[in-house]
Write a protein that binds this ligand. Sequence first.
Ligand code: PA5
Length: 444
Amino acid sequence: MLHLDLSNVTPFLPTGWRTGEEKGLEKAHDHVLNGTGAGSDFLGWVRLPADYDKEEFARIQKAAQKIRSDSKALVVIGIGGSYLGARAVIETLTSNNFNLTRGEGTAIYFAGNGLSADGLNEVIDLVKDVDFSVNVISKSGTTTEPAIAFRIFKALLEEKYGKDGARERIYATTDAKRGALKGLADKEGYQEFVVPDNVGGRYSVLTAVGLLPIAAAGLDIEALMAGAREEMELLSKPGMDNPAWQYAAARHALYESGKRVEILAGYEPAFRFFAEWWKQLYGESEGKDGKGLFPASVEFTADLHSMGQFIQQGERLMFETVVRFDTAHTQLTIPDDPENVDGLNFLSGKSMAFVAERALQGVTLAHVDGGVPNILLTVPARDARSLGALIYFFEFACGVSGYLLGVNPFDQPGVEAYKNNMYALLGKPGYEKQKAELEKRLES
Ligand code: PA5
């Protein structure tokens, strides 16, 4: 289904680079499939496209249907792995202007992924006068950003519908057994969905974490899972013809050759948030122990007019991974202009798809000439099945890549540092000593 082209990587690497990666790949593949490496408690995503909870899946579809029938808006509260996947899929399959394209359908707003009063107030203003529901997503239930947002939207719902009415409109996606949100959901009687214990946030898009908002957006979650399942079958086979092995090998060899940044480039505005999801996946999985490629992203051709200069001629730190969709949702033909003031009549009658493809080819050659290796990943269509495959491809390749790099791809110990400082500075009980130390530093 997906097609990986490494022809613009090979010239940058020594002959036999693939063979050099083979042993490491075999080991990494075994770690991912058989749980023989670090972080093996978090491999629940590997068989998820086949082994997912079918009863819960049916409940997700039912809940989504209810939301679509009784709500003009759904507020999805979560941060990091608890929202990026849903937003990535919803936008990629529809539009980065998703809510503007819905007409009378249910709008999806994301909240609790930052600490901006303006951001929260904007969502409050957008939903307060319409019927709305809330999907709060948090494994722990104590993550500051979503917890604050949930307080606010829960109160708004209770004020609008009363406690009983609000209960019917709150969907909690959280740990199956423990945590603050689990306790609250049990007590209040919210409908609950599960973040499986053995699936980390950045790998959770194909669980209820991603599936409920995606289904509430009216998208085909069956097809999404089917695409992921097909890719899972394909990638489970070891060997150098495994596309995930090839991608992992290329990026590892490029890292070893001195590259430090991987830029994910897309040519569809709708793809921008998928790149945000991808950045968390690779950034949190690989960026540790002083190692890792820094994952960056651009949207072409827009960003050629801002980042293009650096990519072409700046510090030679990066390589590009371009995601290209083979077919567009719609067609557009360039009109003729008798005055031809812009001199573009040589394009009259040509399709936008033709122009975009030529642009992609031209950009690739220019960047390769500028010393930027290029991985090209072609996806058949911007549809649910293809996207399911793409998600699984990047997840599997990420696990393999992390092991190839020699890190635990499934932990994120560094995320705690900012949280501890923030708790201390905000005066959370138990952080008194740290608070005094930090305040002293801030004064000096
Ligand atoms: O990938 C991760 O683990 C993180 O991005 C978490 O999903 C994020 O920190 C939110 O955590 P929680 O779901 O406990 O609120």
